[in-house]
Design a protein around this ligand. Sequence first.
Ligand code: SF4
Length: 336
Amino acid sequence: MTSELLTIGDYELKLSEVLRALSELRAKRVLVQLPEGLKRYYTAIADYIRSVADVEVYLDGSPVYGSCLLDLGKTEEYDLVIHVGHDPYPLGSRISSSRVVFVDLEYIGVDLEALLIEVEKYLTVCGSTNIAIVTTNQHKKLSRIMGERLKNRGFNVVLGPLVVFGCYTPPELKKSEVEVVLVVAGGVFHSIGVGMVVRSAKVVRVDPYTKRVTDASREVSKFVSIRLKKMYDALNARNWGVILGVSGQYRPWVVSKIVKTLKERERRFYLYTAPILDINVLRNIDSPELDAYVVTSCPRIAVDDLAEFEKPVLTPSEAVEVLEKGSIGRYPESLL
Ligand code: SF4
């Protein structure tokens, strides 16, 4: 019998949905998409798929930073697209095709007991009662177990685990009486995204790779003060470059809002399309006439990658705040 589980490095893939889709769709041409950093495992996945079905397997060499970048045009070219390691993008309306299967990529290298000891120690010292847990695709199972174990040990887990994205934090986190948000994820990327928009709760990073549990507020404050400075620098910008993305990073409602606000505030603006955006692309399109940019594709590009650019590069919500208010107050409660 074919195993539905495949282990690649420290990750486990549950492939029951893939097996079902291969048979139901009678797929012949299959495209696999792995996140950056894990593409070296493509060969193992291709071998697995070829061992269970007589198909041609194609491995996507282009950047797959998130499910937002899933290009449904590809479902025209392939019978099945297997997208590994991201949940469906919550703000995309164009990824509901039955020819796309999302596969979780669970990190199984974690020392659960050691991590739980650290989490309990932290929560006991900080003394907060209402706890929410958020996570990413790689740690959903771990986060579920963590939530249950914390509840059993008397901690008041009121929400989660919920999945967060670099640009999207579930609104429940802001509405509920949450005092502490545990962000179960590697590195600082997701805890910073949550901390920038959730004001009412302490954001705590739980890193399954390092087993460290740390308060994210210092890093978050650093990022927020840089963003407020960028917004301040854009207050008098007359001429704006508006950068549009592709696939789920093209959000027409965000673009319309920016364009409407720029028109109302009598600013000149130019619309650029850029499927890939980095400092070199921006330098290439930059013109002396332009004073500021707003990135409507991935807001984290403005926050994480373009903060060094010599002109202010804002997220959509930062730009709207600057243009509508004409002054700087609190940081907006959304990155989009
Ligand atoms: S942060 Fe950027 S890459 Fe990640 S989901 Fe949002 S738009 Fe996509």
